[in-house]
Design a protein around this ligand. Structure first.
Ligand code: CP
Length: 356
């Protein structure tokens, strides 16, 4: 049974719990039919306020393969959200219908806010450019299967490191294992957010920042490519300035190690050429299948934890979060909550820093 009722950030789970879930996912992969019926009688609600192929369908397939059932929406325009219903009200209502919720939302911190109002466990299926912990569980299962270890790896992350929530979650997870180091490859405009650098510094995990993918290739054990997140840019012109700068092609693959693996959370746009798909080191389509087993394992573990007490709601006269897109600014009834780091307040929802 998991200690935490919700999965908002992978940090909600201990390292031993991640390992337990990834071990279970690997067992499910080998014996999927044996798990049919593990969630018989349970209902998963998938509430997707943003588009998705893999996350939504793998959650749905996972519940069906466990013998459970589904409700939800994949377009808030077809729900009462289109009539102005708040996140709070939607969550209160749907948590009366389902045993577990998977929420994707464009606003950072939305999943943590939803957890305040839900009577059942909430899984963060991506909150804006913030976090995507179930993608990270997918990535951990992939690494367990494809590399056989979580430690001693040189991990390159390339592309939109600013807005790529999968990158943020993966760094936070892998920095917790010994002897890993990161090579962060991006343009100066799309570097990793400060709170992730603070996290790396706090746990003593080494990293370097580069703007040249070709240069980085020879030292990498894992290359994690990412899409430039068009939907997070303020204007089409800003997106156009960033697109097409990093393209993994056959020439660059020639400089990679023989046992390199290339991952990508997908969808891909133009950052990996299709010829790379035939290279045995390209593992991104296998990665999507591991995502199904990871989510089956997670749903099983989280529905076991469903009897636990609800988290308390924090309130008080807290300052406004400095991030205008934070859920506490978008939906003002959400009680603000911060943790203190010296002279800085770190928002519990979106992790933006606010000076005292
Ligand atoms: N990796 C991922 O989150 O893909 P989708 O947006 O298709 O769910």
């Amino acid at each position: 049974m998991l200690q935490s009722r919700h999965l908002i950030d992978l940090a909600d789970l201990s390292v031993s719990e991640w390992e337990e879930i990834t071990r279970l996912a690997c067992d499910i992969r080998g014996h999927i039919d044996d798990y049919y019926g593990a969630c018989r009688g349970k209902i998963l609600a998938t509430l997707f306020y943003e588009p998705s192929t893999r996350t939504q369908m793998s959650f749905q397939t996972a519940m069906l393969r466990l013998g459970g059932r589904l409700i939800g929406f994949d377009n808030p325009g077809n729900s009462s959200v289109s009539k102005g219903e708040s996140l709070k009200d939607t969550i209160r209502v749907v948590s009366g219908y389902a045993d577990i919720l998977a929420l994707r939302h464009p606003v950072p911190g939305a999943a943590r806010a939803a957890a305040l109002y839900s009577r059942v466990p909430v899984i963060n299926a991506g909150d804006g450019g913030h976090l995507h912990p179930t993608q990270t569980l997918t990535d951990l299962v992939t690494l367990r299967q494809e590399k056989g270890t979580f430690s001693g790896l040189c991990i390159g992350l390339c592309g939109d490191l600013k807005n790529g929530r999968t990158v943020h979650s993966l760094i936070k997870a892998m920095a917790g294992f010994p002897h890993n180091r990161f090579v962060l490859i991006s343009t100066p405009d799309l570097t990793i957010p400060s709170y992730i650098k603070d996290y790396l510094a706090a746990v003593g995990c080494p990293y370097q920042e580069l703007d040249n993918l070709m240069e980085a290739m020879p030292e990498l054990d894992v290359l994690y490519m990412t899409r430039i997140q068009q939907e997070r840019f303020a204007s089409p012109e800003e997106y156009e300035r960033q697109r097409g700068i990093y393209v993994l092609d056959r020439e660059k693959m020639k400089r990679g190690k023989k046992d390199l693996i290339v991952l990508h959370p997908l969808p891909r746009v133009d950052e990996i050429t299709v010829e790379v798909d035939d290279d045995p080191r390209a593992r991104y389509f296998e990665q999507t299948e591991y995502g199904l087993f990871a989510r089956m394992a997670l749903i099983m573990k989280m529905t076991e934890a469903a009897g636990k007490r609800l988290e308390s709601v924090r309130g008080g006269e807290e300052p406004l979060c400095a991030n205008p897109d934070c859920i506490t600014n978008r939906e003002r009834y959400v009680p603000r909550s911060f943790r203190k780091n010296g002279d800085i307040l770190v928002c519990d929802y979106c992790e933006e820093r606010t000076l005292l």
